[in-house]
Design a protein around this ligand. Structure first.
Ligand SMILES: NC(=O)c1ccc[n+]([C@@H]2O[C@H](COP(=O)([O-])OP(=O)(O)OC[C@H]3O[C@@H](n4cnc5c(N)ncnc54)[C@H](O)[C@@H]3O)[C@@H](O)[C@H]2O)c1
Length: 478
C-alpha cells in the first residue's frame, strides 16, 4: 500500500478524463462536448458563527454543473477536506447519474469544510442553519431550482434543519418541504430514503449476478450467496449495503475498513456488531470478532470476490491499483477509483460497476421524496382503494373456484391477508428503486455488449448518460 502518486490527476480531472474517453467514441460536436463537460458555476461562501465565546469562520461551496434540467440536485457534504475541485467533480457526477437513472434533474453538489465530530449538536445546528441561510438567499436551495440531499457527514438531522430554515425564510411557499430531500419521515421524508443508497448497491449487484455473461467477464459465477466482500467505510452507504448483502443475500463480509484501521475475518464479520462497536468506541480497533489491521487501506488489496469502496474518492489510485485482487469492484462511493487506476484495473480484467450507476439509489429515492412533497400526498394513498377493490375481485374469484371444486382446494388465510394488505409506501419505494436499478443496468449493459469499442461499464454508462443530456439539449432546441 502506498499513497496516491503526484502524477495522479485531481478528482475533477479524473472525472473529465473518463468523460473524454466516452466522448471520443461518440458522434458529438466538440463544442457541445465541452459545454456538457464544464461546470456552470460554483459559489464559495465564507461565513462566521459565534461559538464558544468567539467568532469562527467556515468555508462552504455549492456547485451547479448542469442546468439542462431543473431543479438541479446533489448532496451536501460536511468534511474537512472539502474543496472546489471536489464539489465540482461531485456535481458533474450528479449530472451523469441523474441522466442515467432518468431522474429529471441537473447536477449539483455542496460542501462545508468542517469536521462534524468537533462540535456538539447545538453548535452543528447553528452552523448548518447559517450555511443553509447563505445558500437559500441565492436560490442555491429551492424546491424548483436546487434541491440538496445528505452526503458524507450529513444525514436526516441536517436535512431537517435545512428544510426548517427554508420554511422560515419562505413562509408562503406551499412546496417548501421539497427544498431538500433525505428528511426524517415526520418532517416530510419518505420511507426507505435513509438506506436507499446502500439498498441500491445491493440491487445493482443482484442485477449484475443475473447475467452469467457479465459475471464471466469478472471470472465469477453463481450467486451472491457466499461471495467474499471487503467494504471500506461503514457509514450510511457502506453499512446498509454490507448489512443487506450479508443478511439477505448470504454474502460474507470478510473485511471492513474504517478511519482508524481495518478488520479481517475470513469466516465473516457481523456487520451490526461492528457498527455497534464503532458507535460505542469511535472506531474498529478492539473489536473482538476479527483481526485488527492498523493500515486499514491494505485490506483494499485483500483476496475477495467483491470490493465495495464506500467512503472517499481516490482510494484506489496509481499507487495501489496493481495490487488490487478483487475481480469485481462496485463504486458505492463517488470517485473511489482514479482515472489512472481505472486503466490499470481494466487492463487486469477487473470489472468496475461505476459510481454514477452504483450509488444512484440515493438520488432515485430522493426523486420519489421530492415528488411526494410536491404532490402533498403519501405514496400509495390514492391508489389504495382501487387496489383493494381489484384484490377483492381476485379473492372472490378464488373463493368461487374453491366452491366449484367443492372445497377440495381453497386459498389460504395467509394468502388472503398478505394479498389484501397491499403495498405501503416502503414497498412502493423499494419496487420503484429496484425497477430503476434494473433498467439503468440494462441500458449500460446493452452498450457494453453491443459495441466492440466499449470494453467497460463506466464508458458504457457515460455514453448512455451523455446521450440523454444531449437529447434534452435537442428537445430544448439547442
Ligand atoms: N448518503 C448518500 O445517500 C450517498 C448517495 C450517493 C453517494 N454517496 C457517496 O458515498 C460515500 C459515503 O457517503 P456516506 O453518506 O455513507 O457517508 P458517511 O459519512 O455516512 O460515512 C462515511 C464513512 O466512511 C468512513 N471513513 C472516512 N474516512 C475514511 C477512511 N480514510 N478510510 C475508511 N473509512 C473512512 C467514516 O468513518 C464513515 O463511517 C461518499 O463518497 C458519498 O459521496 C452517498
Amino acid at each position: 500500500m502506498a499513497s496516491a502518486s503526484i502524477n495522479e490527476p485531481t478528482f475533477r480531472e479524473s472525472v473529465d478524463h473518463m468523460y473524454n474517453r466516452a466522448v471520443a467514441l461518440m458522434d458529438l460536436s466538440p463544442g457541445l462536448a465541452e459545454k456538457i463537460r464544464v461546470c456552470n458555476a460554483t459559489y464559495t461562501v465564507r461565513f462566521g458563527v459565534r461559538l464558544r465565546g468567539d467568532m469562527k469562520t467556515f468555508t462552504g461551496y455549492r456547485s451547479v454543473h448542469s442546468e439542462h434540467m431543473e431543479p438541479v440536485k446533489g448532496g451536501i457534504r460536511f468534511a474537512l477536506n472539502v474543496n472546489q475541485d471536489e464539489v465540482e467533480a461531485l456535481a458533474a457526477l450528479m449530472t451523469y447519474k441523474c441522466a442515467l437513472v432518468e431522474a429529471p434533474f441537473g447536477g449539483s453538489k455542496g460542501g462545508l469544510c468542517i469536521d462534524p465530530r468537533e462540535y456538539d449538536e447545538h453548535e452543528m445546528e447553528l452552523i448548518t442553519r447559517r450555511f443553509a441561510y447563505e445558500l437559500i438567499k441565492r436560490d442555491l436551495i429551492n424546491p424548483s431550482q436546487n434541491v440538496p440531499a445528505p452526503d458524507m457527514g450529513t444525514g436526516e438531522r441536517e436535512m431537517a434543519w435545512i428544510a426548517d430554515q427554508y420554511a422560515r425564510m419562505n413562509t408562503t411557499d406551499i412546496n417548501a418541504k421539497a427544498c431538500v430531500t433525505g428528511k426524517p419521515l415526520n418532517a416530510g421524508g419518505i420511507a426507505g430514503r435513509v438506506e436507499a443508497t446502500g439498498r441500491g448497491v445491493q440491487y445493482a449487484l443482484r442485477e449484475f449476478f443475473r447475467h452469467p455473461e457479465d459475471m464471466a467477464k469478472a471470472g465469477l459465477s453463481g450467486s451472491l450467496d457466499g461471495k467474499r466482500i471487503v467494504v471500506q467505510g461503514l457509514g450510511n452507504v457502506g453499512y446498509h449495503a454490507a448489512k443487506f448483502l450479508q443478511s439477505e443475500d448470504g454474502s460474507k463480509i470478510v473485511g471492513i475498513i474504517e478511519r482508524d484501521g481495518g478488520l479481517r475475518n475470513p469466516d465473516g464479520l457481523d456487520v451490526d456488531q461492528v457498527r455497534a462497536h464503532i458507535m460505542e468506541t469511535g472506531g474498529v480497533k478492539g473489536f473482538a470478532g476479527g483481526e485488527y489491521v492498523e493500515h486499514g487501506a491494505l485490506l483494499l488489496e485483500e483476496e475477495c470476490d467483491i470490493l465495495i469502496p464506500a467512503a472517499l474518492e481516490g482510494v484506489i489510485n496509481l499507487a495501489n491499483a496493481k495490487y488490487i485482487k478483487a475481480p469485481l469492484i462496485i463504486e458505492a462511493a463517488n470517485g473511489p477509483v482514479t482515472s489512472g487506476a481505472d486503466a490499470i484495473l481494466r487492463e487486469k480484467g477487473c470489472v468496475i460497476i461505476p459510481d454514477m450507476y452504483a450509488n444512484a439509489g440515493g438520488v432515485t429515492v430522493s426523486y420519489f421524496e421530492w415528488v411526494k412533497n410536491l404532490s402533498h400526498i403519501r405514496f400509495g394513498r390514492m391508489q389504495r382503494r382501487a387496489e383493494e377493490a381489484r384484490q377483492q375481485l381476485v379473492i372472490d374469484e378464488l373463493e368461487a373456484l374453491s366452491a366449484s371444486l367443492k372445497g377440495a382446494w381453497k386459498p389460504s388465510e395467509n394468502f388472503k391477508t398478505q394479498y389484501l394488505k397491499g403495498a405501503g409506501e416502503l414497498e412502493l419505494v423499494r419496487s420503484g428503486l429496484d425497477d430503476t436499478m434494473r433498467a439503468a443496468y440494462q441500458s449500460m449493459r446493452e452498450t457494453w455488449h453491443a459495441r466492440d469499442d466499449v470494453d467497460d461499464l463506466r464508458t458504457a454508462a457515460f455514453i448512455v448518460s451523455i446521450g440523454k443530456v444531449v437529447s434534452s439539449y435537442h428537445t430544448k432546441g439547442l
